[in-house]
Each structure stands twice: as C-alpha cells, then as structure tokens.
Write a protein that binds this ligand. Structure first.
Ligand SMILES: Nc1ncnc2c1ncn2[C@@H]1O[C@H](COP(=O)(O)OP(=O)(O)OP(=O)(O)O)[C@@H](O)[C@H]1O
Ligand SMILES: [Mg+2]
Length: 255
C-alpha cells in the first residue's frame, strides 16, 4: 500500500485577515483592512502602493514591531499573537532582518561593531564566533576592507550595505526592507538590488521589499500591491536581471 503523503510543511509566513486601526473615534485611521496572503521560504517579493496606502504598517506587523488590531501573523506554523513578549522578541531577532530607508548605523561605532549588534542582542557570547559571522557577512556584501572603519567614515552606498550586513548577521529566514533604496542613486540602487538577489539565491533568505521604484519592483518574483489598506493585487512577476530590459517586457500572472 502506498504510504500516506507527508503533510506539507508550514509556509514561512501566513498572514490572515490583518486589520490595523490607529487611534480611535473621529481620528481613527483604518490603515489595513483584511490583508491575507501566504509567503514561502526563499521567496523574493515587492510590496508597492501609493504613499499612505499601508505598506509600512503591513511591514511593521510582519516584522513583529507592532501588533494588529485583529487578524493573525503565523511564522512556520506558530501564531505570533499566542506568544508572550520575550518569545516574540526572540523570534523577531532570530527570524527577521530589517533594512530601512535610512541606515540607522551608530556613527561612533566601527562597521564591525554595528554589524555584530543583533548577534550580541541574540546572545552570541563568543568573540571568535562573532568575528566569524561578521567576516562571513561582510564578505557577502564586499565590505571586508572596511570592518574597522568608523561607520560615519563611509559613503552613503557603503553605509546602506553595512545596514544590510547587520540585517543578515543572525542568518534570518526573512529580510523585510522598507524603501531600502529610497535614499540611493541609480548605481547604488542597482548594487543593493543585486546584493539582495544574490543573497536570496546563495542563502535562501526570503525578501519582502517595500519600494516606490518600479525598476526594483519589476525585478522581483512577486508583486503585492496595497491600496487604501487593501491588498488589491498579488501577482507572480517574471524574473529579469538588472541589465536593461524594457519595462514593457514585464510578465505578470495571478499567484
Ligand atoms: N503611528 C501612526 N499613528 C497614526 N496613524 C498612522 C501611524 N502610522 C501610519 N499611520 C497612518 O496609516 C496610514 C498608512 O500609513 P503607512 O505609513 O503604512 O503608509 P505607507 O504606504 O508606508 O506610506 P509611504 O509610502 O508614505 O511610506 C496613513 O494614513 C498614515 O497616516
Ligand atoms: Mg512607508
């Protein structure tokens, strides 16, 4: 007799009926309304939408930086709403890396110190292990030469790469990036995109990138579009490299 098929593994992330209301009464803002989707390990996606549509609100909920008014966020089968604060923080630190528009590096600290900060918070006790992780991560980002420099001595593009290294140092399953190239010129935008893509391919880290930049969005594998707090589109996007491909070559299909 054929063996029963294995139960499918839980997806990396399941978002179900997420609502977020800021404030109350007359001043309440319904920033998200019933957002639901699933996200697999190693996916590479963009979230797009106009200013004020709810992108950062959604990313903050996915990143466990904020709690929904209702609805659930489930990572690898664990409903985050059922966890106490310490476990939630622990999970956030081990599972998720953040990259923001502004690098938020600590200027008085070296590149090395900035990069290992999340590993220190995660309780990696051993200097040799910290060094090893930092070197590996800085290597992924072509930053080996600047480990001992002060963060404020770097160029804007280098600082953003250090911020990406810091997001990766705990080997997260998912990187959440909110306008990571919003402050960069075209060259550095391309560089950051290429780094995200190569890290995704080399390590299987999933990426969700909030972006206003069509060049970035159309080079991801999936585009989620938010409007007025609603998820209005969720489409597979044909992968194209950064090398110039006409915008009309985009192929989008429903997920
Ligand atoms: N902390 C908050 N308190 C009250 N209202 C908020 C708060 N954060 C966001 N909002 C409101 O929620 C809505 C969604 O905001 P959000 O920041 O998620 O938009 P966004 O899509 O990220 O916009 P942008 O592209 O400008 O960054 C907006 O109407 C915004 O004013
Ligand atoms: Mg935003």
């Amino acid at each position: 007799m054929a063996e029963a098929p294995l139960a499918p593994a839980a997806p990396l992330l399941v978002v179900d009926s997420l609502d977020k209301v800021y404030g109350s009464g007359d001043t309440a803002t319904h920033a998200l309304q019933g957002v639901s989707f699933e996200f697999a390990e190693a996916e590479f996606a963009a979230i797009i939408g106009q200013s004020g549509s709810g992108k950062s609100t959604l990313l903050n909920l996915l990143g466990l930086l904020d709690t929904p008014t209702s609805g659930t966020v489930t990572y690898r089968g664990t409903d985050i709403g059922s966890l106490g604060k310490p476990r939630r923080a622990e999970l956030r630190n081990s599972l998720i890396g953040f990259v923001f528009q502004f690098h938020h590096l600590l200027p008085e600290f070296s590149v090395y110190e900035n990069v290992v900060m999340p590993a220190l918070i995660a309780g990696v006790p051993d200097d040799a292990e910290l060094r090893r992780r930092a070197e590996e991560t800085l290597g992924l980002l072509d930053l080996e030469g600047v480990a001992d420099k002060n963060a404020n001595a770097l160029s804007g593009g280098q600082k953003q790469r250090v911020a990406i290294a810091r997001a990766l140092v705990n080997r997260p399953a998912l990187v959440l990036a909110d306008e990571p190239t919003g402050n960069l010129d075209t060259t550095n935008t391309g560089l950051v995109y290429d780094l995200f893509r190569s890290i995704n391919e080399q390590t299987g880290t999933a990426f969700i990138i909030v972006t206003h930049d069509r060049n970035v969005a159309q080079r991801t594998d999936r585009i989620l579009e938010v409007r007025d707090g609603l998820l209005i589109a969720d489409e597979r996007n044909r992968y194209i490299g950064w090398g110039d491909v006409p915008a009309g070559a985009r192929r989008r299909q429903p997920v």
